[in-house]
Design a protein around this ligand. Structure first.
Ligand SMILES: [Fe+2]
Length: 297
């Protein structure tokens, strides 16, 4: 089945349009004011930029083409994006090729959502994918060996394979270097435990990120990370220094027709797995980030 792209944006998809009464992230400068409080400052006024650190292309189980993805990310005001297809970096390469051809001035981080035996795990600033179905400890070591950052996507999520609270605390106790955690991921995989995760992270102390985990172009930017500066390297520094802020709850993610989700399920369960297997078993070469840098304009 061909990937779904849909039509242009609507007012409802504009991220800064607040839905009245919708819950906001506690530490977001964009949060809705209480009665008598000053209006929140836009991120730009505070010297912060927006990044979306978790999204999928139609080279993986997403439905957005690299071209559409860049176009929408620009419209949503994102300065930096990370492409994080499952277990390969083909989507990163296609998006980077478009950026290199001058299609966008957005900076892209080479990333990957690794399928580990303990749940999904995110690597950013990566050079090459991590072995499918490895243990999370090995994934962390491999990402760190490449100079990457380790993040926990949809922590304690119940609908997709996710690291449990016990596993996260075990990794912490054993001293595994985890850099960040998704405090905001709009997917149902995360929403029911979001408040608990925020509470636990007060002890864990990971840098908090917000990401869309978008599989549809309509959801790009629905979750975002605010960071000081404007470049991918600024963002790396902010995660390391724990100065990021999770955002994205000002506007509920756009509801799509049910058939869109059915189409994405078919794409993800019927079309994508054979491609993934052929990449793993038949291809002699694996798509890798350029040697010189993991981030290029
Ligand atoms: Fe994901």
């Amino acid at each position: 089945m061909a990937p779904m792209t849909g039509e242009g944006p609507t007012a409802a998809t504009t991220p800064d349009t607040r839905a009245e009464g919708y819950k906001t992230v506690e530490n977001s400068p964009l949060m809705a004011p209480q009665y008598g409080e000053p209006e929140p400052q836009p991120a730009e006024v505070l010297g912060l930029s927006k990044a979306d650190l978790h999204m999928h292309t139609n080279l993986g189980d997403g439905t957005a083409s690299p071209h559409r993805l860049l176009e929408v990310a620009k419209r949503r005001g994102l300065k930096v994006i990370a492409i994080t297809d499952h277990d390969h970096m083909e989507g990163c390469k296609r998006v980077q090729d478009l950026i290199d051809r001058g299609e966008s001035d957005i900076e892209m981080i080479w990333g990957c959502e690794v399928t580990t035996r303990q749940g999904h795990f995110l690597g950013l600033f990566m050079k090459r994918p991590v072995k499918f179905l490895t243990h999370v400890e090995e994934a962390i070591e491999t990402i760190k060996d490449q100079g990457g950052l380790c993040l926990i996507p949809h922590p304690m999520g119940r609908l997709v394979p996710s690291l449990s609270r016990r596993k996260i605390e075990e990794l912490l106790t054993r001293g595994y270097p985890i850099d960040g955690i998704e405090l905001y991921n709009p997917s149902p995989a995360n929403s029911s435990v979001r408040d608990q995760v925020k509470q636990f992270n007060r002890q864990w102390g990971f840098a908090g990120t917000g990401s869309s985990d978008a599989h549809f172009w309509q959801h790009i930017g629905a979750g975002y990370t605010l960071f000081p500066g404007s470049t991918a390297e600024d963002l790396r520094t902010a995660i390391i220094n724990n100065t990021t802020r999770a955002g994205g709850q000002e506007t509920p993610p756009e509801r799509l027709p049910f058939t869109s989700y059915i189409g994405q399920c078919v794409w993800s369960m019927v079309i994508d797995p054979p491609r993934k297997l052929s990449r793993m078993w038949l291809s002699k070469t694996t798509t890798e980030a350029p040697d010189t840098s993991t981030v290029r304009r």
